[in-house]
Design a protein around this ligand. Structure first.
Ligand code: SF4
Length: 420
């Protein structure tokens, strides 16, 4: 099998990983063989400083000895298989890089032989790129749970970001659908990475110059909708990972039905809007000061689909609104639907100099249709208290599934910027 065929199979197999989301462009360059970006795993991701970079996103191989029921690459799946050699991935990366198609590499793999052997192969790619080719671009390596700690640490030496997929929201879900994987192994590997990152930080504080280790931190991916686990369990696991292992990002990936699937899997994907609501809730938990039990409760363990979680909270707490933008503390301004962190910061800055008026709010280009009911300014006092919550919800939200109302551009913008 030639490299182009391998690339076709292994770029396609990598698309199920949500850690970098978009796929190749339609541009084809006449006469090019390896240079065409069509369907060939060019994806985009964001560096810690917010820069959008193009990455070559591929698997080293889609052979796998495990049988995770939700995965197209599981051992029992009847799909075309391919395997790159280390040199082939290195060559592809360098050639794509020289042609300016990519700025980095996102490399994952099915498990071949055993976790240690697979990790050694992934590391060999990154090490060769760094040491032999002096490659300075972005490298994101997936690491394999149960691989030796020394290998995880070596992966962090060469990669900018490393990630281990938590896969499913609960340990029981893993037992059900991924019998070879154990939550404890994932947890242990994440703990090893966190300790290494902490150690380097402490060394730097002490004036030492420790070797680089995963400067863009660690992330993970959770599949949504493969089991009945509610959003409360998904967000609970994410919160726990952020707190205990200081993950940079948890990515939520809606389950995609696969051919010849196990009976325990649902026949259809969850609505796209559910994934979007989870990202919004994730931002609220990390940057807006919300607590988990303000967003999901035992009585309502799933996020509403028709309104975003911040609006849902505001509608359930009408007594707190309209919020006076000239007097409310920053942490309360962050709770106003439609006003994101950047806008709150600008309001807080501006009001030091003068009182905020309606015209100032309009200049912030806020989604005024939503915001107007929840804010008060010198010359704006809405009669929101007189309005029924149900009326507001119907006016500002979508339908019960939320599908028709999901604006993909707005969703993509908010997923990146975190403005809710
Ligand atoms: S270990 Fe990874 S590649 Fe293998 S079956 Fe499970 S999810 Fe798929």
């Amino acid at each position: 099998m030639d490299v182009r065929n391998k690339l076709e199979i292994l770029a396609d197999a990598a698309k199920y990983d949500a850690s970098c989301a978009s796929s190749g462009s339609k541009q084809a360059r006449a006469g090019s063989l390896l240079g065409s970006t069509e369907g060939m795993g060019i994806c985009h991701s964001y560096t810690p400083d917010g820069r959008c970079v193009s990455l070559l996103k591929i698997l080293l191989t889609n052979y796998c000895i495990y049988d995770c029921k939700y995965c197209i690459n599981r051992v029992s799946s009847d799909v075309p298989r391919a395997r790159f050699t280390v040199d082939e991935v290195v060559r592809l990366t360098i050639e794509f890089y020289r042609r300016n198609y990519i700025e980095g590499l996102f490399l994952s793999s099915g498990i071949i032989q055993n976790p240690d052997y697979t990790m050694e192969q992934l590391i060999a790619v990154a090490r060769t790129l760094r040491e032999v080719h002096r490659f300075g671009g972005y490298i994101h390596l997936k690491t394999i749970p149960k691989a030796a700690e020394r290998l995880t640490i070596e992966a962090g030496r060469w990669a900018d970001r490393i990630s281990i997929n938590i896969e499913l929201p609960t340990a029981a879900d893993l037992v059900e659908l991924a019998p070879e994987k154990r939550r404890e192994d994932v947890d242990e590997a994440m703990g090893d990475i966190r300790e290494e990152i902490d150690q380097r930080r402490d060394d730097r504080k002490a004036g030492l110059k420790p070797p680089t280790f995963a400067p863009a931190g660690q992330s993970t991916q959770m599949i949504v909708g493969a089991t009945d686990s509610p959003d409360a369990a998904i967000l609970g696991t994410a919160t726990d990972l952020y707190q205990r292992h200081r993950l940079r990002r948890v990515y939520y990936s809606a389950f995609s039905p696969i051919p010849f699937a196990d009976d325990r899997l649902p026949p259809a994907s969850p609505p796209l809007v559910r994934e979007h609501r989870l990202y919004q809730a994730d931002w609220l938990l990390r940057f807006y000061g919300f607590k988990l039990d303000e967003i999901v409760t035992p009585a309502a363990p799933n996020l509403a689909l028709d309104v975003d979680p911040k609006l849902a909270w505001a509608l359930a707490h009408r007594d707190q609104f309209p919020m006076d933008v000239n007097r409310a503390p920053r942490e309360l301004l962050l709770r106003i639907p439609g006003i994101g962190v950047r806008s709150v910061n600008r309001i807080v800055d501006s009001r030091r100099h003068r009182a905020i008026r309606l015209a100032d709010l309009r200049k912030l280009r806020l989604p005024w249709r939503r915001v107007q009911h929840f804010v008060a300014a010198i010359d704006h006092l809405p009669r929101a208290k007189d309005l029924e919550s149900e009326w507001l919800r119907a006016r500002l939200g979508g339908n019960a599934t939320g599908l028709r109302q999901l604006d993909l551009f707005e969703a993509a913008r908010s997923a990146h910027s975190g403005e809710v």
